[in-house]
Design a protein around this ligand. Structure first.
Ligand SMILES: NC(=O)c1ccc[n+]([C@@H]2O[C@H](COP(=O)([O-])OP(=O)(O)OC[C@H]3O[C@@H](n4cnc5c(N)ncnc54)[C@H](OP(=O)(O)O)[C@@H]3O)[C@@H](O)[C@H]2O)c1
Length: 272
């Protein structure tokens, strides 16, 4: 058994495993020898991934199709993994909406709060006692650089990710002394389905990373929390923004989004 499996295995629970960064996490964890519990809504995607991971890496995946917008989803997942020795939670599922805050659909905002905030809280809460009792393990929260400050025209999404950052940082300090590594991952723009779902052509985004590179960077930094920004470009950009007087930074961001959205054919911004 390798050191990684010893510390974070034998089972990792990955939400948002049907696509993008979550799918990359599931693949890399299986390659390291962990059994993976695959959570998302699209059962067909999860079953296809499960078969590939079983054939390629000889692991034993579990497919768990769940809608994390359902307030009971956390409990359902925790019950499903009650008999499994979960050493790593990758709370990664999430989505964003972009545009003028007042124009957003209220039901979609409610769903975003449930998926991005409620579900990660319930899963971390349910697994924290089990992880600390084991005396070793880990939690990765996929947040976003947008959680580092309020982002105009992405107000609701950046607020959900600020919540995740606070939760992850606090748990890093609470669980660390019991041997549980907590990492809050803050990607910048990443080439997944997410930008397209927001009406953005990923090729127009700056310093786009691949989901595989984001997941790899997170796993390499799992023991070096509390927070990790995998992109040097977005790390520098947000360092600059956070060092500015806050009114200046917010006004500059709002103006920059408006300039982009005023261009012909463009009406939305990317994740970061
Ligand atoms: N891409 C970026 O530029 C970027 C940047 C910073 C942070 N992030 C964050 O990275 C994480 C992963 O996103 P991604 O970029 O990999 O996007 P993605 O390719 O769209 O993947 C999102 C994943 O979340 C799952 N999901 C969404 N809503 C769900 C729900 N109601 N119930 C269960 N699962 C749900 C999706 O599965 P189903 O649709 O099958 O349910 C999918 O597996 C998110 O938290 C996102 O906020 C992304």
């Amino acid at each position: 058994m390798n050191d990684f499996v010893q510390r974070y295995g034998p089972v990792a629970l990955v939400t948002g495993a049907s696509s993008g960064i979550g799918r990359a996490f599931a693949g890399q964890l299986a390659a390291r020898g962990l059994d993976v519990v695959l959570v998302a809504r699209r059962r067909d995607r999860l079953e296809e991934l499960s078969g590939t991971l079983r054939d390629t890496h000889g692991v034993n995946p579990t497919v768990l199709p769940v809608d994390l917008a359902d307030p009971a989803a956390g409990r359902e997942i925790l019950e499903a993994v009650a008999q499994l020795d979960v050493g790593l939670l990758v709370s990664n599922a999430g989505f964003g909406v972009k545009g003028a805050f007042g124009q957003e659909d209220a039901a979609v905002l409610a769903s975003m709060l449930a998926v991005n905030c409620h579900a990660p809280t319930q899963l971390a809460h349910g697994l924290a006692p089990r992880l600390t009792q084991r005396g070793q393990g880990g939690v990765i929260f996929t947040s976003s650089v947008e959680g580092l400050m309020g982002c105009p025209y992405s107000a609701g999404y950046s607020a959900t990710k600020a919540y995740v950052n606070a939760l992850g940082e606090a748990l890093w300090a609470e669980l660390g002394p019991s041997g549980v590594d907590v990492l809050t991952l803050c990607p910048g723009a990443t080439d997944t389905e997410a930008p397209r779902l927001q009406g953005v052509d990923p090729s127009t985004l700056q310093d786009l990373m691949s989901p595989d590179d984001v997941a790899r960077s997170a796993l390499e930094h799992l023991g070096s929390g509390p927070t990790h920004i995998p992109s040097a470009h977005y790390s520098k950009l947000f360092d600059t923004l956070l060092s500015m007087p806050r009114p200046d930074a917010l006004t500059a961001m709002a103006n920059s989004v408006k300039q982009v959205s005023d261009r012909p054919g463009a009406d939305r911004t990317g994740d970061a």
